[in-house]
Structures are given as C-alpha cells and as structure tokens.
Ligand binder design. Sequence first.
Ligand SMILES: Cc1ncc(COP(=O)(O)O)c(C=O)c1O
Length: 367
Amino acid sequence: MKKILMTPGPVELHPRVRKAMSRQVVSHRSTEFHQLIESITENARKIFKTSGDIFILTSSGTLAVECALANLLELGDTVFIPVYGVFGKRMSEAAEQYGGRVVNISLDWNKALSIDELEDTLTHNNDVEIVSFVHNETSTGTMVKELSRISEIVKKYGKLLVVDAVSSLGGVPIPVEKLGIDVCVTGAQKCLAGPPGISLISVSDEAWKKILSKSSRTPSYIDLKKYRQFMEKLETPFTPAVNLMYGLDEALKIIIEKGVENWWRNHYECSQLLYNQLESSGLTIHSLKEYRSITVAAAYPPQGINPKTLVEEMEQRGVTIAEGMDKLKDKIIRIACMGNINKKKIKYVMSKLRECVETLKSDNTKL
Ligand SMILES: Cc1ncc(COP(=O)(O)O)c(C=O)c1O
C-alpha cells in the first residue's frame, strides 16, 4: 500500500536526503565536517535571509526554543509570551524555568498574536525586555500574519524579539535580518524537509549583547557562547548528529536549487488548495480566516464523525495525519502542508479523506 506522511512534522524525506544520511560518518573535527557545517550555514542564511550567525543544534525544536530563552534570560527578566496553543504554553513554561518573569496573555486558540494585543501589552508593561512568541501554532493551525508590523512595534519599543518558527521557517518568508528578529528558531523536520532531531537558531548582534552581558550561567549543552567559539573553526562544541547534518545539508540544497521563493510559493498554493478541499468536503476550519496557517491545516470533521476514528481510518488507507492536542484533542484533525508537498499529493490525500468521511458517515447511518 502507498504510504504518505502528512503529520505537521516530521515530514517525508526526499530520496536524496535519505541517501545523504546513509553515508559513512566523518569526524566532527575533520575538514570534511568543516565543509559540511559551512554548506549548511551558508544555505540556511539564504532561507533565514540573514548574514548573521546561525548555529546548528543536535536537538529537536523544543530544546532549541529553550536554548533561545536560556541564553537571553537573567533571573527576573520580564518576557512577554502570548499563548494561543500548546507550543506557546511550552515556551512560557520554559521561560519560567530559566528564571524569566513571564507576562502572559491567553488568546483564543483559533487566533494568533495581533498588533493590538502586542501594542496594548507593551504600553502597559514597561519592564518587558523580551517579546517571544510562536509564529505558527502547529497545535491549532494558526499563524501570526502581520509579522513585519509586529516586529516593527517590538523594535519601536526597543525590545528583543524571539520567534519560534519551528513549523514555519522555509514555508513562508521570515526575513530575519530585515525584520530585526533577534533569535529565530526552526526545526529541520518541518518546512525544510530535513530529518527530525536537528534544529537551527539565528542570533542577531543585539541578542549577543544581551547574551554576553548575562551574569548567570547557561546550561552547557545549550550555551550559545560555546557554539560561537567553536563555529570560528567551523565546529560544534559537542559531538553533533553528523549524519542528520548530511541529511539537512541535502534538504537545504534541494530548496536552494528549486529557489527559496518557489518553495514558499508552493507552500502557499498547496495550503490554499488544502483549505478549499477541506471545506468542500464538509470539514470546518478551526482557525479564524485571518490567522490560517500556511503550513498546517486544523479542521473539525463533519458532524457525527470522531476525529480519532477519522485519523485511524486514514491510517488504514496509508495516509498518516495528526489528531488535535491538549484541549483540541478529540476535536480536530491536523494535516501538514510542509516540505515536499505538491498539489497532486494534496489531491490524493483529500481523495482518501473524502473516502473516509463517506465510510464513517455510512457506518453511522447503519447504527
Ligand atoms: C511551533 C513549534 N514549536 C516547538 C515545537 C517542538 O519541536 P520538537 O517536537 O521538534 O521538539 C514544535 C513541534 O511540533 C512546534 O510545532
């Protein structure tokens, strides 16, 4: 049976990426490794649109987000973290664990951060030093759409800006340098179509000032000062997942060959097709229209159909999609629009979804 992975990360790997990972390992202190790290960071810069620092972590996205916070936060520093889903909640908990005083606002989970909420919070909380948010809430299928206005406001108030773009960088334009994003984090296994277990983090000059002025120590494995020191000789401080890096390198090369702008456009066009087909198949989109994610669609099945059963039914037809998380568990399904996607694939997945919906509807009428 043809199998298709449509979860919002990890995503399917291109045969070239799989091949790249199966090669013999090299020493992470060798010239070959130096070339590898140089190639990854050079291509990553073209996707992050920055000439600044980018580091590679042998970690999934969660630790990379923690790395951002742990390096910036001093005990008692105030950080604004709006919460509109699971990953915002996780970010907020991490900020507290690393000593931050978190100013939260809880938004409905069918929204994402908007200009008004940001401005309002910053006007009423002078002590905020860092604004940190999830760009694409993978748990709810919502995305911050006014990123450039939002970053403008953060900069107008003179704050540092941290963005969790784990499930969006590569899928939509996030020109880190132009927007003044101080730390931007992404995972390899989502829109970059690389393997899981590796992540990228960009760090601006402003962020460095804060990191270097911090008096408390950062946990060694995620201490960016160490990464910077080793990066001078094109190395990482600890043994990295070398073969995953070969996979990521190949994945980035594919994006560059296809053209970053084309890669973004493909995500956009496929997401529009996906939303149209979900709606015409009787599903209801969870996110408000103005916050709809371009990289993951979250939807309620037609009435009377249980999301978990729908996910299982899809699995039996060879298509893996995801259920909801946290308070959206047993309510929605989630289908990714990330990485190696194309319209043919979306149409195929949606034809299977319609089949499942029809089967489950007729099962219900038999009851
Ligand atoms: C927005 C966002 N942030 C953080 C994470 C955590 O990443 P990981 O599962 O790679 O640890 C995810 C994972 O789906 C995510 O979507």
